[in-house]
Design a protein. Structure first.
Length: 71
C-alpha cells in the first residue's frame, strides 16, 4: 500500500514540475530577461510580473516588452 501511495505522489510531482516552462522576454531596448515560469500580465496596471532565474519576483512595464518566447 505504501508503495502505491509513494509512486502516485512521485508521478504527480514529476507531472507538475514538467508544466513549468521558462520564458525569454525581450525589451524594446534589446535587453533579454530570462524568467523561471510564465510571466503574468496584469491587465489593470499593465505590469508584467515574473520570477527571474535567481528566484526574485520582479515587475516590468508591459509597454517595455517587445516579445515573450517560451524556452
Amino acid at each position: 500500500m505504501k508503495w502505491i501511495v509513494t509512486s502516485l505522489i512521485a508521478t504527480c510531482a514529476l507531472l507538475l514540475s514538467a508544466c513549468s516552462s521558462n520564458y525569454v522576454m525581450t525589451t524594446k531596448d534589446g535587453q533579454m530577461i530570462m524568467t523561471s515560469g510564465k510571466p503574468v500580465i496584469d491587465k489593470e496596471t499593465g505590469l508584467v510580473s515574473y520570477v527571474d532565474e535567481s528566484g526574485h519576483e520582479k515587475q516590468i512595464n508591459g509597454d517595455e516588452v517587445s516579445s515573450m518566447i517560451e524556452r
